[in-house]
Write a protein that binds this ligand. Structure first.
Ligand SMILES: [Zn+2]
Length: 150
């Protein structure tokens, strides 16, 4: 593969390229509400004065569940099929900002996860476009596991 380009799966999702990628959220200039994904209108007070800001890259696991079947397409557009689909876990991670972020988790075994454990945001491959561009998404990994791999 000669195309080594990498892009986030959606614009305004996380900072990239980056050695320390962060999710991109928004903060309301009027009431201070932090939102993810970034929103132009504040969900709490309706203000249009929101600013983009990066979010904490660590948090605690708030709750999680297992995705045991391939989600319908669209919106899901992974490169797998119903036959090759591998169950995975999704969860809510409470960031230091006090914000709950719904995300895929890197640990597929729910028995290995504990509510309240430290989680760290990671960027990982999602799919490959027709031109070979690697499409990236974000997930949360147990913070201890990230340290062990580093
Ligand atoms: Zn507001």
């Amino acid at each position: 593969m000669t195309n080594t380009k990498t892009i986030p799966v959606a614009e305004d999702l996380f900072t990239w390229p980056s050695d320390d990628p962060r999710l991109i959220g928004s903060q309301c200039a009027d009431c201070g509400l932090v939102a993810f994904p970034a929103a132009d209108l504040c969900a709490r007070c309706g203000s249009g004065k929101t600013d983009r800001r990066t979010l904490a890259n660590e948090g605690t696991l708030w709750t999680f569940t297992t995705q045991g079947f391939r989600p319908p397409t669209p919106p899901y557009n992974g490169n797998d099929t119903a036959e090759t689909f591998q169950p995975y876990t999704v969860g809510y991670v409470e960031l230091a900002d006090g914000l709950l972020v719904e995300a895929r988790l890197t640990e597929p075994d729910p028995e290995a996860l504990t509510i309240g454990q430290r989680m760290r945001m990671v960027v990982l491959p999602y799919s490959v476009a027709d031109d070979g561009t690697q499409i990236l998404t974000f997930a949360f990994a147990p913070a201890g596991a990230v340290a062990e791999e580093a």
